[in-house]
Design a binder for this molecule. Structure first.
Ligand code: 13P
Length: 267
């Protein structure tokens, strides 16, 4: 298994969702590479749709920008029409893969056990899984946020070794903030991230939580990113809509690279 993922890096990852054809994706990647020519002080990744992975990969080669996918099947191959496996993603140059995104959990009824299988399949091929967790609005309003985050983290990480756990990234994505323009407050993000770290310590072993990169996702844009990244707990972002424009994604990556004192002073 690859262990090349750096220790708790700050990371700005773009989730393009079902946007951009293969040529459009390559053009967006080239624009981004141009803007990021002076490498920012954070890791940067883009997760195009499956159909654009092969066209985006050459644009990113040698740039230090990581290529990721948005989903993976848990089996390596077999009769699974429409699915894509971890070895297939690796063969196209992917280093990361999103698992457990709310659009799968809530849109396709993906359960915790399935997320856990996908996470293990990714690790088995040396991919860095970005494990998404997050509560719905109803769960938050019912005071169940902690219960949901703990349950999702527990299902994903139970029985995982510390070495494997450290080869993952967590994305806290409150469902009510995704694509709604309603961003979580820095305090809400801080609280959720701290809870996830404490949960990893309990499930995997002491000292795990503080070493895992935890991203915030949900309506991040160049106007609200700095306030979120000023929080010690927030190691970067998983960006949807704002990652589809190279300039706005670049601004978020610049904010994710700034020293925290500078970000706090700008609040
Ligand atoms: P938006 O940034 O468009 O709210 O999407 C967030 C997200 O789902 C990233 O995975």
């Amino acid at each position: 298994m690859s262990r090349s993922w750096p220790r708790r890096p700050r990371l700005c990852a773009g989730n393009w969702k079902m946007h951009r054809t293969a040529p459009e994706g390559a053009a967006l990647a080239r624009e981004l590479v141009e803007l990021l020519r002076a490498r920012p002080g954070c890791e940067v990744a883009v997760c195009p749709p499956f159909t654009a992975l092969e066209s985006v990969a050459p644009a990113l080669r040698g740039t230090g920008i990581w290529l990721g996918a948005q989903n993976v099947h848990w089996e390596r191959q077999g009769p699974f029409t429409g699915e894509v496996s971890a070895p297939m993603l690796v063969s196209l140059g992917c280093r990361l893969v999103i698992v457990g995104h709310s659009e799968w959990r809530h849109g396709m009824n993906e359960d915790d056990a399935t997320v856990a299988r996908k996470l293990r399949a990714a690790l088995g091929e040396g991919l860095t899984p970005i494990v998404c967790v997050g509560e719905t609005l109803g769960e938050r309003e019912a005071g169940r946020t902690a219960e949901v985050l703990v349950r999702q983290a527990q299902a994903a990480y139970s029985d995982l070794s510390q070495a494997d756990s450290l080869a993952t990234v967590v994305a806290y994505e409150p469902v009510w903030a995704i694509g709604t323009g309603k961003v979580a407050s820095p305090e809400q993000a801080r609280e959720a991230h701290a809870l996830i770290r404490a949960t990893l310590d309990r499930i995997v072993g002491a000292g795990t939580g503080e070493r895992v990169t935890i991203l915030y996702g949900g309506s991040v844009n160049p106007g609200n990113a700095a306030a979120l990244f000023a929080e010690e707990e927030v190691d970067g972002a998983l960006v949807g809509g704002a990652s589809l424009e190279a300039a706005s994604f670049w601004k978020i990556a610049v904010a994710a690279s700034a020293p925290r004192e500078q970000l706090r002073a700008g609040r």
